[in-house]
Design a protein around this ligand. Structure first.
Ligand code: KG4
Ligand code: ZN
Length: 344
């Protein structure tokens, strides 16, 4: 069905910041016409984590194909696209560059506006896809492989950061603990699955807190406690019950995240709480936030797991709101690996 009503805004979005090459077509910000994701997990598994140089090369191999698929699945021709959205940071510089160069080339050749999108703004925007009623302001807990932030989403693309991790990101803690018990990469989903067989109260791990900063997170003490537990067990010849260990670890992370998110919603006077990022697909976290929100009369918003982990639909949604604000990028758009939240 080529040819949309002229007032429709169709964004072709590209995401390549880490180990997923993704493209999507999103209509009017909230309707996903296609969402194609090519994962590099199988390639990186043998190395136990993402190898940046390999990630860049895999993106180059996959990027044209995922874009063609995204347009075909959406049944949209390139000339019907209103603008091209692309993640330009934060992320792995070589990986980001593939998406940015591709988006620039397509936008220039097709005469379309280019919109650089902040990856984390994309994660937050994933909440708009399936919650048509959700509008800012609201509190959002952002938990990904590289970020752990508690923010107030003041408006589309406008964030006030009220808490952040002082050391590891939540996803990073999942990945490191998974590696230490031999569950491998990617750690988050493996711990999520294995923890279902374990007792979350079997081992009392610390709940990291930062003195004088009630909304900040710290996971390095927890990570050390897990490693100490493993080393101690190995030295004394005790058997490690992996499901109990990872369930107890996960429980500690979840409690830290939930308690601060709920406190923030109350203290800052918001009735809506959303979660975003890869770790937001964690089943124990989703359950715990849902229960806490129910108990405290807060409305809980969360994306489906496929929109929590890296995808381009969320980038298309964020790009749509940037487009409405007139935030069009220049042809000098570059990859910014350490782009801060709230910066453009
Ligand atoms: O948002 P994301 O896909 O990429 C980044 O922007 O970082 O997040 C990836 C992170 C990884 O650390 C991964 O282990 C974690 O999200 N993750 C999970 C789950 N699925 C992905 N962590 C816990 N439970 C999960 N089910
Ligand atoms: Zn991400």
């Amino acid at each position: 069905m080529i040819g949309q009503a002229s007032e429709d805004v169709l964004i072709l979005a590209i995401e390549s910041s880490c180990d997923e090459t993704a493209a999507a077509v999103v209509k009017n910000g909230r309707t996903v016409l296609s969402n194609v994701i090519s994962s590099q997990i199988a390639t990186h598994t043998v190395y136990g984590g993402v190898v940046p140089e390999i990630a860049s090369r895999e993106h180059i191999k996959a990027v044209n194909y995922v874009i063609e698929r995204a347009l075909a699945e959406a049944q949209v021709a390139l000339e019907d696209i209103t603008a091209i959205g692309v993640t330009y940071g934060p992320g792995l510089v070589g990986a980001l560059l593939v998406g940015v160069a591709e988006a620039k080339a397509i936008a220039y050749a097709a005469g379309k506006p280019l919109i650089g999108v902040h990856h984390i703004e994309g994660h937050v925007s994933a909440n708009f896809i399936e919650n048509q009623d959700l509008e800012p302001p609201f509190v959002c807990l952002i938990v990904s492989g590289g970020h752990t932030h508690l923010v107030i989403v003041k408006d589309y693309g406008e964030f006030e950061i009220i808490g952040r991790t002082r050391d590891d990101a939540a996803g990073e803690a999942f990945d490191k603990v998974a590696r230490s018990v031999g569950l491998g990469y990617p750690g988050g989903p493996k711990i999520d699955k294995t923890a279902k067989e374990g007792n979350p109260h079997a081992i009392q791990f610390p709940r990291g807190r930062v003195e004088g900063a009630p909304y900040d997170f710290s996971f390095s003490g927890l990570k050390s406690a897990v490693l100490n537990h493993i080393n101690h067990a190995r030295m004394t010849g005790e058997e490690i019950h992996v499901p109990d260990l990872v369930a107890s670890f996960q429980n500690s992370v979840v409690e830290s995240l939930v308690s601060r998110a709920i406190l923030a919603a109350h203290e800052f006077g918001y009735k809506k709480l959303a979660i975003a990022g890869g770790v937001a697909s964690n089943s124990a976290l989703r359950k715990a936030v849902a229960e806490a929100c129910e108990k405290d009369g807060l409305q809980f918003y969360y994306p489906s797991p496929i929109f929590c982990t890296d995808n381009a639909a969320m980038i298309g949604t964020a790009a749509y709101y940037e487009y409405l604000k007139g935030n069009i990028s220049g042809w000098d758009l570059n990859a910014i690996p350490n782009l801060k939240l709230g910066e453009r």
